[in-house]
Design a binder for this molecule. Structure first.
Ligand SMILES: O=c1[nH]c(=O)c2[nH]c(=O)[nH]c2[nH]1
Length: 287
């Protein structure tokens, strides 16, 4: 039997690093700190086939070395955005190692919000997580996919679902007033110029998330599908540098509860919240 290595990559995942930005103008407990935390996945492709097929490790940059590199770069970089930090990491691997052909860096940020007015106290936000996937390949256009995950949003009216396909399997009635709830994931793509280290990733991120949330609310939703398309279109309008955006919007169902005693009315007030099964709607909108 003849086989060959069709594709390979390797690297280190979940390199978790935090950074305190300190002005160093006063004692630690009297100066205002900034605190960021990022989980980084580094993947390399290049001249590594021999390590798979012949046990030849000479060109292998150990995954442990990949991990050390992330910490080393975190010292020199301000980690102002995960997009720019990801670019710095990917650029390092391509510049330092001629035999690396492609470096993909995937990052997830744990956002620490300032605790009140404290100089150095923070509380973690476990929602609306910023994400980024940076892919740099030799002699190819750079690509940065910025995103947000776990953005749980709901509206308690201005949503319905009716006039959908009728056949013998359908039991769901038309409804013109329901809860629309979803855990939004959005990923928008920058290519070429827009994917450079000079990109305004933070400003664009704010504009995209703002546009998504505004568009979630600004219309009567006839379906998750329609709302997804309107949200994605608004995001592209708000961020000219992004070429396309992919949204996934699982339908977090809130079903009208049947109340006892028999005959009690439920005027759209009490709902059964179900995790499974759930509707899953996704779409990519391009310019
Ligand atoms: O917005 C919706 N889209 C669907 O495709 C669908 N299917 C369903 O059962 N409820 C809904 N709601």
């Amino acid at each position: 039997m003849s086989v060959h290595l069709a594709r390979d990559s390797y690297g280190k995942h979940r390199v978790r690093v935090s950074k305190v930005r300190r002005p160093r103008e006063a004692p630690a407990n009297q100066e205002r700190h900034e605190f960021v935390e990022v989980s980084v996945d580094v993947e390399l492709e290049g001249d590594f086939a021999a390590s798979f097929t012949a046990g030849d490790n000479r060109l292998v940059i150990a995954t442990d070395t990949c991990k050390n590199t992330v910490y080393a770069l975190a010292k020199d970089h301000d980690v102002a955005t995960i997009e720019s930090f990801g670019l710095a990491i990917a650029e390092h691997f391509l510049e330092r190692y001629d035999h690396v052909q492609l470096c993909r860096v995937s990052l997830t940020e744990t956002v620490w919000d300032r605790l009140g007015e404290s100089l150095h106290g923070f509380v973690a936000r476990d929602r609306a997580t910023p994400t980024a996937v940076v892919t740099l390949e030799r002699d190819a256009e750079s690509e940065v996919v910025a995103g947000v995950a776990k953005l749980l949003i709901a509206k308690t009216t201005e949503s319905g679902f009716s006039d959908f396909h009728r056949d013998e399997y359908r039991t769901l009635p038309d409804v013109d007033d329901r809860i629309l709830a979803t855990e939004l994931t959005a990923q928008w793509l920058y290519r070429g110029e827009g994917a450079g280290s000079g990109g305004d990733f933070l400003g664009n991120r704010r504009a995209v998330v703002d546009a998504l949330l505004t568009a979630f609310l600004d219309h009567y939703s006839r379906s998750v599908q329609e709302t997804l398309y309107r949200m994605g279109s608004a995001a592209l309008e708000a961020c000219p540098e992004a070429d396309e955006i992919t949204l996934t919007m699982p339908n977090k169902h809130h079903l009208l509860a049947k109340l006892v005693p028999e005959g009690t009315t439920n005027d759209n007030e009490v709902f059964v919240v179900t995790d499974e099964p759930f509707g899953y709607i996704s779409g990519t909108i391009k310019r």
